[in-house]
Design a protein around this ligand. Structure first.
Ligand code: ADP
Ligand code: MG
Length: 713
């Protein structure tokens, strides 16, 4: 055998049969190296071990068998557009016919007398009642390579997603070849000290077994090889989590450990003075968060804290406390919010909370222009203002600070990593508080935000009534609009009506904002009905929101653009149509937009036609619970973690085999072991262990974007 020696670092072209063309195709699939190729896992398997004999093929079952081609021909049938390829196959037990549609190349690749492996479903032909195998998968048995065990037959074979014209056979053969040349390597990115106590198999063995399983998993079928408890798969699931947790832990330990440039000086009576100026008592949860923030500010390392709390839990007050401490120590603070409306609202609230303490506050949005803007820039640069609140206008170059030491990012998931980084770059080693109203189940938060410290506001200020939530079959039943909605408007209250899409061109079977705006405007010509969608410019949106806030618009028909930052105390009712199209956490956010003032709120969920019972049950969670964490867990369970994590993922290794929900226990395991490992590796001082270096190099090699992620706080 003349094999090119391949090592893990070899280029793809060092593999036989992989030339520049294939390299290009692989590269388009995101496969740039031998390692990437080895991590291209099959999505299913076929058990081709015990080949059936032709005599034993039975109708309506799929089997694999080896046969010789006795004859093969093309037939053109009148009622078929494509030619029919028909072959008679035989083995020592009998003959069977195979048919394919339009695959004319088979005449060449499968000549008479060729031996091949066939896999397909046998059927009784409607033409002549004979048994035939329909469109079987064919793989030639190469007579030249008799002695060698084939990658394709007589074993459990992997089946890969085909892409860029590269088929399953190509991957099977190429990956098989690479594995053969790497045979015996004891390389492992995950330290043995981590794997062994967990009983997880080593890297190379797992690779071999995930591509070419020796056996089925336990007593299962080929499906069992896709389950978490198949040891090689479990190892790779663990590996994905371990990489993530290692990166989180590393970032938290080292990257974020540069001490703050100037220490805080917190007066002993700071808390008392701050609390005395408030119009209310903080909740227990807020007190806890105050304490956590203060502790962070009293340690030499800058704070990196995530504050999670439901809509209305009073996160702004915690931010105000941090800003108060920062400015008392001579720092400036910046507060970034995702929308103009929200920035304005924070400007008002923080202004009244902090103004009495002599903290000068400015608002910077795209609407602030000309000389006003220039004056603000100068004041910030000179240190004449202590707090700048704004939208992403804050990250523009022209804004600079004299001594930016404290940053708050509200609704952090609405901002990209890049935007946070720019703002942080305007300070030296600023303390950072990011806030989110999308509660994330605790277990997930600990792991996925492992590089941050977490504060949770799991309690609401007293006196807030839960919004009455009702699940209705349809707005067409009875006189929904006239009986449920119109009276509220007549009492002077305001109403939101929310749709999943902007207009009817998007998805036909969904109700849409534009059509319903037209319909409601027509139904109630005496009422001002407004439309707010993401397609409007920010000026138009602001104009509309101003009209809503001023009470000029009574009914606002909208898409989810109103999800954050709309605060109209007079809004008491929200109707969400096609509610099944939204995440529970998102609906919960929307619900938080009503009943913010003194009047009780009502929230109507209206699913579309034909929503399954399961879909309805999912929505029903909202009628039973007002607890954002509970709702988030339900959402996580039914919809997966995507929507919670969002931009968080950018730069981090993606999960290819792991599932945060299904494999949660392994995630915990990975968190524990990565902590223990980092602890051990850092014991010997700054010198990193060999295992640590191997692991870090491996991750950086496979996921180049990680380098960037590690640098952004
Ligand atoms: P979040 O940003 O978490 O949704 P906010 O910070 O906007 O919530 O607070 C919601 C409302 O509750 C505000 O009107 C705020 O003034 C009020 N609030 C906050 N904390 C308290 C408290 N401890 N007691 C009474 N009201 C509070
Ligand atoms: Mg808020």
């Amino acid at each position: 055998m003349n094999r090119t020696p391949i090592s893990l670092a070899s280029p793809l072209t060092s593999i036989a049969d992989v030339g520049p063309k294939r390299v290009e195709k692989l590269s388009r699939m995101g496969i740039h190296s031998i390692l990437d190729l080895l991590y291209y896992f099959p999505f299913r398997y076929e058990d081709r071990r015990s080949g059936a004999k032709i005599a034993h093929l039975a109708p309506e079952t799929s089997r694999g068998f080896i046969a010789r081609v006795r004859s093969i021909r093309k037939r053109s049938l009148r009622n078929l557009r494509v030619p029919l390829i028909e072959a008679d196959l035989e083995d020592e037990t009998g003959t069977v016919r195979a048919v394919w549609f339009g695959q004319e190349y088979l005449l060449k690749t499968l000549p008479e007398n060729a031996s091949a492996f066939f896999f397909g479903k046998a059927e009784v032909s409607s033409f002549d009642g004979r048994l035939s195998v329909r469109s079987p998968v064919v793989e030639r048995i190469d007579p030249e390579k008799k002695g060698q065990k084939s990658f394709h037959i007589n074993r459990i074979v992997p089946v890969y997603h085909e892409a860029e014209g590269l088929g399953s056979t190509f991957f099977r053969k190429t990956i098989g070849t690479v594995l053969a040349t790497l045979w015996g390597t004891d390389f492992d990115p995950v330290p043995r000290s981590v794997l062994e106590p967990l009983g997880l198999p080593t890297w190379f063995l797992s690779l071999v077994e995930i591509h070419f399983p020796k056996d089925l998993n336990g007593s299962g079928d080929t499906q069992s090889l896709l389950e978490t408890d198949y040891p090689p798969r479990k190892r790779f699931i663990f590996e994905e989590f371990f990489f993530l947790e290692f990166l989180m832990g590393h970032k938290k330990r080292e990257v974020q450990c540069t001490p703050r440039s100037t220490p805080y000086q917190i007066a002993r009576d700071a808390r008392r003075r701050f609390l005395e100026s408030l119009p209310f008592l903080p909740t227990k949860a807020q007190e806890r968060a105050f304490e956590e923030v203060q502790n962070d500010l009293e340690t030499p390392q800058p704070m990196n804290r995530l504050l999670m709390g439901d809509v209305g839990s009073g996160k702004t007050l915690v931010a105000a406390w941090g800003i108060y401490l920062a400015t008392s120590s001579g720092f400036q603070a910046a507060f970034m919010a995702p929308t103009e409306i929200l920035a304005q609202q924070h400007f008002r609230t923080l202004g009244s909370l902090l103004g009495p303490h002599g903290i000068r506050t400015a608002l910077l949005t795209h609407a602030i222009k000309g000389s006003e803007r220039r004056a603000l820039m100068e004041d910030s640069y000179m240190g004449n203002i202590e707090l700048v609140i704004g939208t992403h206008a804050l990250i523009q170059e022209a804004l600079s600070f004299k001594r930016l030491g404290f940053i708050v990012v509200d609704e952090q998931h609405k901002f990209g990593v890049e935007q946070r980084k720019i703002l942080i770059g305007k300070g030296e080693t600023p303390d950072v508080l990011v806030m989110t109203a999308t509660p994330i189940p605790r277990s997930l938060a600990l792991s996925y935000f492992g590089d941050l410290d977490i504060s949770i506001l799991d309690e609401k200020p007293p006196g807030r009534r839960p919004v009455e939530t009702r699940l209705l079959a349809s707005t067409e039943e009875g006189d929904f609009w006239d009986t449920e909605i119109r009276p509220s408007v007549d009492r002077g209250e305001q109403v939101y009506v929310v749709y999943p899409v902007i207009d009817s061109s998007a998805v036909k079977e969904l109700k849409d904002a534009t059509t319903m705006w037209g319909a409601l405007s027509q139904k109630w010509p005496d009422i001002a009905v407004g439309l707010l969608t993401g397609r409007m410019t920010s000026d138009e949106k602001e104009e509309m929101m101003n009209r809503v806030e001023a009470g000029l618009v009574k009914v606002l028909v909208a898409t989810t653009v109103i999800e954050v930052g709309v605060d109209v105390p007079n809004a008491t009712v929200m109707v969400v149509e096609n509610a099944e199209r939204f995440g529970l956490a998102q609906l919960h956010q929307l619900r938080g937009r009503v009943g913010r003032g003194d009047l009780p709120g009502r929230f109507f969920l209206i699913p579309g036609n034909g929503v399954s019972g399961e879909g309805i049950d999912r929505l029903r969670v909202l009628t039973r619970s007002d607890d954002g964490f509970r709702i988030a867990e339900e959402d996580l369970r039914t919809r997966g973690p995507g929507e919670f994590l969002g931009t968080r993922q950018s730069g981090l290794p993606p999960f290819k085999v792991a599932d945060l929900v299904r494999d949660a226990p392994l995630l915990e395991e990975a968190r524990r072991s990565s902590h223990a490992f980092l602890e051990m590796a850092s014991e010997g001082g700054s010198e990193k262990t060999w295992e640590w270096t191997t692991l870090m190099n491996f991750i950086r090699n496979r996921f180049p974007d990680v380098a960037e992620w590690l640098l952004v706080r």
